[in-house]
Design a protein around this ligand. Sequence first.
Ligand SMILES: O=C[C@H](O)COP(=O)(O)O
Length: 249
Amino acid sequence: MSKKRLIAGNWKMNGNLEANDALVRAVVAGMKDARCDVAVCVPAPYLAQVQMLRHGSALDLGAQDVSQQAGGAYTGEVSAAMLREFGVRYAIVGHSERRQYHGETDALVAEKARTALAHGITPIVCIGETLAEREAGRTEEVVKRQMAAVIHLNGHCISEVVVAYEPVWAIGTGKTATPEQAQQVHALLRTQLAAATAHAERVNILYGGSMNAANAASLLAQPDIDGGLIGGASLKAPDFLQIIAAASA
Ligand SMILES: O=C[C@H](O)COP(=O)(O)O
């Protein structure tokens, strides 16, 4: 049986009660015929709201981060157990914005991924090179290093993880990687996974970085692009639904 593609929205630090209500209702109503998995990764204060709005639908709930700690005196952190109480299925870990603005290292990202898995949450592990790294011809080295950090997960198989390739230069810039550029990196990540697990084909490798209604189909046509991690376009129901439709084709 072939795996299902995954389209995950990452709202980032956007939304308010009123806008979320309209957005989630429209997505739930519009995704009834989806043949892919669909999730929205929302800011933590809105988990309860979105959990209620999605009730009874196929829309999955995701968080944008998770603490590597199980609990205790860690001011400001949100634990995996707390996320589970709100029905969270996915947690983004290692997004480039957290690596860049919060100093998250490969080792920390791996710890977060392990903690998520230990609590039954699927980590969406983000990896990707900066523009300077790409221009210096270091893309392969950087993404392989980031992937190597999470490939051994203490009792969990890397095939339980979702990987998101997000070239940093394409995030929020309107500059998308071409389908060929993205496929090239996805293929090398698949090869790296295959060296670690017999289940490399089962891993969903998402593309993220200015994916939108217009370019989704050509990106998703690539053999190793198994879905998308969508920022800006996930905040507009018609755009997000068009991407879901492209992944369902
Ligand atoms: O997590 C999502 C990515 O950062 C992509 O964001 P974007 O679609 O706004 O470029």
